[in-house]
Design a protein around this ligand. Structure first.
Ligand SMILES: *[C@@H]1O[C@H](CO)[C@@H](O)[C@H](O)[C@H]1NC(C)=O
Ligand SMILES: *[C@@H]1O[C@H](CO)[C@@H](O)[C@H](O)[C@H]1NC(C)=O
Ligand SMILES: *[C@@H]1O[C@H](CO)[C@@H](O)[C@H](O)[C@H]1NC(C)=O
Ligand SMILES: *[C@@H]1O[C@H](CO)[C@@H](O)[C@H](O)[C@H]1NC(C)=O
Ligand SMILES: *[C@@H]1O[C@H](CO)[C@@H](O)[C@H](O)[C@H]1NC(C)=O
Ligand SMILES: *[C@@H]1O[C@H](CO)[C@@H](O)[C@H](O)[C@H]1NC(C)=O
Ligand SMILES: *[C@@H]1O[C@H](CO)[C@@H](O)[C@H](O)[C@H]1NC(C)=O
Ligand SMILES: *[C@@H]1O[C@H](CO)[C@@H](O)[C@H](O)[C@H]1NC(C)=O
Ligand SMILES: *[C@@H]1O[C@H](CO)[C@@H](O)[C@H](O)[C@H]1NC(C)=O
Ligand SMILES: *[C@@H]1O[C@H](CO)[C@@H](O)[C@H](O)[C@H]1NC(C)=O
Ligand SMILES: *[C@@H]1O[C@H](CO)[C@@H](O)[C@H](O)[C@H]1NC(C)=O
Length: 580
């Protein structure tokens, strides 16, 4: 209780000092500001342009960069799928081998210094133990032209850093430092090294702070203001106890770091807010000197929304010599209805590519895939053929031996490409032309969270290529493909009449917060007649570090496919319907 009162006293004291005078009109906005699978955000500003990155785990290309001038309208940089930080398989060939859905690219930090953008990140291999150096590969990518497609090859930190969440800081004396969370090795806490940016050499390890006692002190960033070095971290784990805490050192980056008296400075723990698990923040300024933070949040506490960890925006009042006050309008909390001194609206001209907007893809031979699409791990290029002469305006997928459940990256990756689910309710459909060439071949549309949690609506050949079935296959943590001994007995299986053309429409619709409906229609009818094949429970594709991707897939279920499946007119339409 004393602690709560102390915190309130601190907040009131800071509120009294908040000078809103430089703040242009306070305007309302809704969180999450960037919906969908977008954990661990980090942002920086150059000129009047904001740039953000976040964790992309097993998806490839990895680390998309988002940009905005008003903090409300966000656009992914680059027109094409190749414009991400991690876009060339040669940059990180190890991506092909990673398995385990919590492996891959963890939290990235974006920074800008003297004409160069830096993205620091960690490739994590969950197959190695926490204290195995092989588990953690920390690195840095750079570019001087963020709108080009030429992010550098990674510079790996050397000697290795057995931790994650690495963040760069340039001090006034010309020295550069990297902070990171030193996981389970030696001492859990926030470690700092000096770094030579030319070759990634790190030296002089020191522990800056171990946090306030919450588990997993992580996600560190250092900011210098008025002679103080402020260290911002996440604690409590990325679940319901997630929080942002701070400490500061007066005059020296090496410390000692004194914890803020009113930690946590941002959290929704122990509240009944719709947005929960708020944490892992980064702070940046706009051109007017107003301070902002981004953080991750999930909806409805129990993680029963499939979009996973999304990005929220928080106005911050940061007075001289004081700790920052996150969300002065409702201190230290994040709500759906937020307010702040937003920059004037600057809509992005190229409207069709905005984050959170509808999408309709008509595949074209002349253009690579649009930037919103991702593969799992590293794709086999020959399995993705755009508009072959036999199928104009189509994306033809040749099924991998691996299906979406297994064998999980250990011997080849699944043929899959998709985009994030960004809305609680949405409809996505596609036209599929597919005549399986051998028994077991399958292709369709999937709601994919990870290899043990996905719903696949596909055309499949089960016992004879003379017959095709439409199957809704639900893979959940408690019911994997092991149950498939008698697949024809399962619900969600429809034999296609011989009269059905080889072109079908497949549709997935999230009709409310908990239900997906899967249906198909024959193509070419004047009015499509949708047949419901089955339902999916959203909680079965929720939870964990990532979020759902709506994708197109093809597999031979254990054998390489002989026939490709051609997809056309893939569309995604979000429904707001009272949700953010
Ligand atoms: C994070 O990445 C996801 C896609 O990987 C994107 O939808 C989201 O907007 C990104 N968030 C930020 C803050 O860049
Ligand atoms: C900034 O970059 C320029 C050239 O790109 C270089 O000459 C200069 O020394 C750099 N300044 C600092 C402070 O690193
Ligand atoms: C990246 O490409 C752009 C345009 O081609 C070029 O201006 C720039 O110098 C390149 N940067 C690097 C680091 O190669
Ligand atoms: C990294 O670069 C610095 C300065 O250029 C040099 O002194 C150091 O030996 C280099 N380290 C390695 C491991 O190459
Ligand atoms: C921080 O250091 C400065 C300069 O030494 C000193 O004036 C100031 O009182 C210190 N602040 C605190 C909170 O101790
Ligand atoms: C939430 O409440 C629990 C139980 O009282 C407490 O242990 C925890 O520290 C609280 N978390 C925060 C961030 O206040
Ligand atoms: C939020 O979670 C609770 C508990 O799991 C559930 O009863 C409720 O329906 C959920 N609310 C929404 C809007 O999904
Ligand atoms: C395929 O299996 C189903 C269900 O067991 C059966 O009805 C059908 O006759 C089989 N088709 C062939 C060609 O064997
Ligand atoms: C899945 O199995 C686990 C452990 O057996 C159990 O705790 C959990 O409730 C089950 N979940 C569902 C959705 O059946
Ligand atoms: C998916 O692949 C795994 C491993 O190759 C296999 O055991 C399983 O039967 C396949 N699933 C289906 C639905 O065929
Ligand atoms: C599938 O094809 C790839 C590439 O040609 C090959 O490496 C792999 O062994 C094949 N897998 C099976 C199960 O035949």
């Amino acid at each position: 209780m004393a602690k709560v009162l102390l915190r309130l006293a601190c907040i009131l004291a800071s509120l009294a000092d908040v000078g809103f005078t430089t703040w242009t009109p306070i305007r309302p906005y809704k969180d999450p500001i960037i919906p969908g699978f977008n954990p661990d955000p980090s942002c920086t500003r150059v000129g009047d342009q904001f740039y953000c990155v976040n964790s992309s785990f097993n998806s490839f290309p990895g680390i998309p960069v988002y940009t905005s001038r008003d903090l409300i309208n966000w656009e992914q940089i680059g027109k094409l799928i190749i414009c991400n930080v991690l876009s060339r398989p040669e940059q990180l060939p190890q991506m092909a081998q990673i398995y385990g859905f919590t492996s891959g690219i963890w939290a990235s930090t974006i920074r800008y210094n003297n004409g160069t953008f830096y993205v620091t990140t960690t490739l994590v291999w969950d197959k190695f133990a926490q204290d195995d150096p092989m588990r953690w590969d920390n690195m840095m990518f750079t570019t001087r032209n963020i709108y080009g497609d030429n992010w550098s090859d990674p510079v790996h930190f050397s000697p290795g850093f057995q931790g994650y969440d690495v963040s760069l800081f340039w001090d006034d004396d010309g020295k550069t430092y990297v902070q990171g969370s030193h996981a389970w090795h030696v001492l859990p806490g926030i470690w700092q090294y000096e770094i030579d940016l030319s070759n990634g050499t790190i030296w002089n390890p020191e522990v800056l702070w171990t946090g306030t006692g919450g588990i997993a002190p992580e996600g560190p960033h250092v900011y210098k203001r008025d002679g103080y070095y402020y260290l911002l971290i996440a604690e409590g784990g990325t679940g319901l106890n997630h929080m942002v805490t701070m400490a500061r050192s007066n005059g020296s980056i090496h410390g000692p770091y004194e914890p803020c008296a009113h930690n946590p400075v941002l959290t929704n723990a122990n509240t009944t807010e719709y947005l929960q698990t708020v944490g892992h923040a980064d702070v940046f300024e706009d051109t007017e000197g107003n301070v902002w933070a981004v953080a991750l949040a999930t909806r409805n506490g129990t993680w029963d929304y499939p979009m996973g960890r999304e990005t929220v925006l928080v106005a911050v009042a940061w007075e001289k010599d004081q700790y920052p006050l996150f969300n002065p309008f409702d201190p230290i909390r994040v709500t759906v209805d937020m307010a702040g001194p937003l920059p004037p609206p600057r809509p992005i001209p190229d409207g069709g590519t905005l984050v959170g907007h509808d999408q309709a893809i008509t595949f074209s031979a002349n253009e690579p895939l649009p930037r919103q699409l991702v593969y799992l791990r590293l794709p086999t290029p020959s399995s993705y053929i755009l508009s072959p002469p036999s199928h104009p305006n189509s994306l033809c997928l040749l099924g991998s031996a691996a299906n979406l459940t297994g064998p999980d990256g250990m011997s080849g990756t699944s043929t899959f490409v998709g985009r994030r689910q960004e809305h609680v309710e949405f409809t996505s459909d596609v036209i599929l032309q597919f005549e399986p060439g051998q028994v077991g071949e399958e292709a369709g549309i999937t709601v994919f969270l990870q290899q043990l949690q996905h719903f696949d609506l596909g055309v499949v050949s089960l016992n004879s290529t003379a017959e095709r079935y439409i199957r809704l296959k639900t893979t959940t943590k408690n019911s994997t493909d092991g149950d498939m001994s008698d697949p024809l007995s399962l619900p969600g299986l429809v034999k296609l009449p011989e009269s059905a053309g080889d072109s079908l429409k497949l549709k997935v619709q999230a009709v409310d917060a908990s239900t997906y409906v899967f249906s198909y229609a024959e193509e070419g009818l004047r009015k499509p007649e949708w047949n419901v094949v089955g339902y999916g429970d959203a909680s079965e594709v929720s939870g964990g570090f990532t979020g759902t991707i709506i994708g197109m897939y093809a597999t031979g279920n254990g054998r390489n496919s002989t026939t490709s499946a051609c997809f056309s007119t893939f569309s995604y339409r979000g429904v707001l319907n009272g949700y953010v």
